[in-house]
Design a protein around this ligand. Structure first.
Ligand code: ATP
Ligand code: MG
Length: 312
């Protein structure tokens, strides 16, 4: 019988380039206020080692984790007990789409669902801010990815408080109490999911304002990237500090043992993809999944089936 211990080891163990133990390095400990000033978006491993070598190592890590995730997803499906919810939040052009594409590239598409949450529709606005996301949480055996999420309701809605009007919640007033009550609701919702078999991991792809500008300019300079460019993204940049404050508070209030946040350095895509893949692999490994046990009777039936087939 195969067990989870046959899955490949977490790459990063014992390597020389400072990429080891990525899971702990970027985790926001529960109950500890996050200070984004302490997190360098440009972190890229040990600067004493040539970038070429670090990049190669990060690509190797990603490849190993992509392979591990493929096997883990099969195990997740076979054991049919846990589901995994992965949440991505970030400023524009931080690389959410690329991280999802690369990290999940080895996983059977039947086992994954990606949902992107945009401005809410009229029907969504007629429900609570958690409703549209509740409908998309993964079922047992599946990995669900949220590209943006209910966190938008304490981020963009906090930065642009007029958006609250369209939500038409009775007697609601923007202010500390409102955001704290939403954090409470989110923590309770995630606790409910976790208690019922959904492992949750949340990534904030931490891109710097300078790197975002560089990426926007490269979208403008490159006609094949024009489809990715939206002039409103440039306007949104003007609210950078408000967004960073909203992220700091939201992450501080909602990073819990059952649904931790990871602040991922995102100025270099090869770093963010390696980190996301390592953390996700480690999260699923931590579930201690095992292949369903085959009973003596089932084994006998399998042997019988073999005899039938061979006798044909
Ligand atoms: P990309 O730009 O790479 O296609 P994206 O996630 O930025 O991906 P967009 O369609 O550009 O997708 O943007 C979605 C927008 O919807 C974001 O500006 C986000 O803040 C906004 N949004 C998401 N949820 C809400 C919400 N609950 N209330 C208001 N705005 C929201
Ligand atoms: Mg966008």
């Amino acid at each position: 019988m195969t067990t989870s211990s046959t899955l490949p080891g977490l790459a990063g163990d014992g390597v020389s380039l400072d990429f080891a133990k990525l899971e702990k390095r970027f985790r926001v400990p529960a109950g500890k206020p996050l200070r984004l000033a302490d997190h360098d978006p440009g972190w890229a491993g040990n600067g004493d080692i040539p970038e070429k070598e670090r990049k190669e190592e990060a690509r190797g890590l990603l490849a190993t984790h992509v392979e591990a995730l493929s096997q883990m997803q099969e195990l997740l499906w076979a054991s049919d007990t846990w589901s995994v919810l992965v949440i991505f939040q970030a400023m524009d052009a931080a690389g959410k789409d690329g991280a999802i594409k690369h990290v999940m590239s080895g996983v059977n598409p039947q086992g994954v669902e990606v949902t992107s949450f945009k401005q809410p529709s009229a029907e969504e606005l007629d429900h609570t801010f958690l409703w549209r996301c509740m409908k998309r949480v993964p079922s047992r055996g599946q990995i669900g990815i949220f590209n943006r999420s209910y966190y938008e309701d304490v981020l963009v809605v906090r930065v642009h408080q007029h958006l609250l009007e369209a939500q038409r919640v009775p007697d609601v007033k923007p202010g500390r109490k409102l955001w704290e009550s939403r954090y409470d609701d989110i923590v309770a919702f995630e606790r409910h999911l976790a208690r019922n078999g959904t492992a949750i991991v949340k990534f904030f792809l931490n891109v710097s304002r300078e790197e975002q500008k560089r990426r926007f300019l490269s979208r403008i300079d490159e006609p094949s990237k024009h489809w990715k460019f939206s002039p409103s993204d440039v306007a949104e940049r003007q609210h950078w500090d408000d967004y960073m404050n909203a992220y700091e508070e939201a992450i501080s209030a909602t990073s819990t043992d059952h649904a931790p946040w990871y602040v991922v350095p995102a100025d270099k895509k090869w770093v963010s993809r390696a980190v996301v893949s390592a953390v996700l692999t480690e999260t699923i490994r931590g579930l201690g999944l095992t292949w369903p046990k085959i009973s003596a009777e089932q084994r006998q039936q399998i042997e019988e089936a073999r005899r039938h087939l061979e006798a044909e």
